[in-house]
Ligand binder design. Structure first.
Ligand code: AQP
Length: 331
């Protein structure tokens, strides 16, 4: 059976991008057809300035939303990354496999590093090294597939390179994984700046739809989405990024493809209205289920505890094998 691993960082409230780019497929396909692990990758939330209480709160909220969206702990393993020591144990060995050059080339390091420096903040060393931790997250489970939005492609490429290099140097230890992406909405763009990804770090911004936004807030954000000066509804990501984004969101919500949908609309207003209603309906059951689950935090904790136990059992043999292969004396 195909082994799948993917994760969400508790750096903000989950967004429509997280749902369409990742979570929806985990729920609809991956957990049914594969041996799947889904993690709240909390260590990755510490690479930029953070508030400890907020990370804790968002970790529980992310877990609750993952279950509210439909992940079923009977079908897949849901756990918090920091509860399973094997991730950090393996990460060090992979730091001894990676080079500083390949990490400095990572786009997210360059972008976030530049942003932090511009804000007068220092850049944490972990911002440079976290893609190695991400490789450890994936390789510890001998993962075959990593379902992600396409912003993560470069990180999965690095993971593949490290797996191949380690296997060649020290003997076959890791499965070499591949990234998989959804057919549409692999990159949902910010509604106010359709050339940037809709990211959850962009807190209360009007360009980001959060899964827990009230219906009227969702409508307002979508109706105010930036479009362009043209009039015809055309699907062109380069010249009409705002309209293309709305068409992709609508196609992802209702099925079909964005190009065909473009032919159905004669005005931007009508497209926005239908997109807003489609998103409201998509999110309604998630918000309702979230409210029920949030009322019972003990249940969430128990799911996460059992998930971590299962994950630990799966990861330990591979990580132990890596320790032996690289030349460390068994304890
Ligand atoms: N806009 C998006 N479109 C499609 N997929 C997306 N994903 C994230 N944003 C989009 C996918 O969701 C999964 C979890 O993402 P994450 O938690 O690693 O990152 P994020 O939501 O992008 O969070 P941040 O903090 O806002 O990230 P930065 O600031 O790093 O961009 C992944 O599969 C991701 O591809």
């Amino acid at each position: 059976m195909t082994r799948i691993f993917s994760g969400i960082k508790p750096t903000g409230h989950l967004t429509l991008g997280n749902y369409l780019g990742a979570l929806r497929r985990w729920v609809g396909v991956d957990q049914h057809q594969s041996d799947a692990l889904f993690s709240i990758v909390d260590l990755h939330a510490l690479t930029v300035e953070h508030d400890p209480a907020r990370v804790r709160r968002l970790s529980r909220q992310s877990a609750t939303l993952m279950l509210a969206a439909g992940l079923d702990p009977q079908l897949c393993t849901v756990f918090v990354q920091s509860h399973v020591d094997e991730h950090a144990r393996l990460s060090y060995l992979l730091e001894c496999t990676a080079t500083d050059g390949e990490l400095r080339r990572m786009i997210q390091y360059k972008e976030k590093g530049t942003r932090a420096r511009a804000a007068g903040q220092s850049v944490r060393l972990s911002l440079l090294t976290y893609p190695v931790l991400m490789a450890a997250d994936i390789l510890a489970y001998r993962t075959d597939e990593v379902p992600v939005g396409d912003d993560q492609t470069q990180h999965v490429e690095l993971t593949r390179d490290l797996a191949v290099r380690f296997n060649q140097r020290y003997g076959h230890t890791f499965t070499v994984p591949r990234a998989t992406h959804p057919p549409v909405a692999a990159r949902v763009m910010n509604l106010q700046d359709p050339t940037s990804k809709m990211g959850k770090s962009d807190e209360s911004g009007p360009g980001t739809v959060h899964l827990l936004d009230e219906a009227d807030v969702v409508r307002k954000k979508i109706m105010r989405a930036v479009t362009d000066s043209g009039r015809e509804v055309e699907y062109d990501r380069v010249t009409r990024p705002g309209i293309a984004n709305l068409l992709e969101i609508l196609a992802a919500c209702e099925g079909g493809n964005p190009k065909d949908l473009a032919g159905v609309y004669e005005s931007y207003g009508a497209l926005k209205k239908d997109t807003a209603e489609a998103v409201v309906e998509l999110l309604r059951p998630i918000r309702e289920r979230h409210a029920e689950l949030a009322a019972d935090p003990g249940h969430i904790d128990s799911v996460l505890r059992k998930g971590a136990e299962r994950a630990r059992e799966m990861a330990r043999p591979t990580v132990d094998a890596a320790y032996r292969a690289i030349g460390l004396l068994p304890a």
